[in-house]
Design a protein. Structure first.
Length: 158
């Protein structure tokens, strides 16, 4: 399980492996009080992106898009989080005041998706197999294809 939490909040045993994912050290916080297991600066957004975003909720979707693009080039940092999460609880720590719109929340979503992708690949399954019929039907209709449900569970018995 991966959680995101403010580094200024009290450390808890249930946090598991604690990773600071900010580029800058949090103001006024000692290393003893932080109780970090790892400071993963490489997983933080670039300075330019961080400054552009400024924790503005109106820029959240674009921030995530740009940040995820940056993360595609930071495979080692992302994989280290995926590996730790497969071994137990991981808490991604951040210094921002905003608990909803910050890089740790975005990173958690990215890492969870990456872990799911790896799991599906290991099982030899595509993500499409786990989409609902309605999701697949909507995609087919959008491309002008006919949609029929052939699954025996959904056929009417006379």
């Amino acid at each position: 399980m991966i959680k995101a939490k403010r580094i200024y909040d009290e450390p808890e045993k249930k946090d598991g492996f604690r990773i600071l994912v900010d580029r800058l050290w949090p103001r006024g916080l000692s290393k003893d009080r932080a109780q970090l297991d790892l400071w993963l600066r490489e997983a933080a957004p670039s300075d330019a992106l961080r400054k552009w975003f400024g924790h503005d909720p109106a820029r959240w979707d674009e921030f995530k898009r740009r940040y995820f693009k940056e993360l595609e080039d930071k495979t080692e940092a992302v994989e280290s989080i995926v590996t730790k999460a497969s071994q137990g609880s991981v808490t991604l720590l951040y210094g921002a005041k905003d608990v909803y719109y910050n890089n740790a929340v975005a990173l958690r979503g990215f890492v969870e998706q990456r872990a799911e992708n790896q799991y599906m690949e290991e099982r030899g399954e595509s993500h499409d197999a786990h989409r609902t019929f309605n999701d697949r039907a909507q995609t087919h209709r959008a491309h002008g294809r006919r949609v029929e449900r052939r699954d025996a569970r959904h056929t009417k018995k006379g």
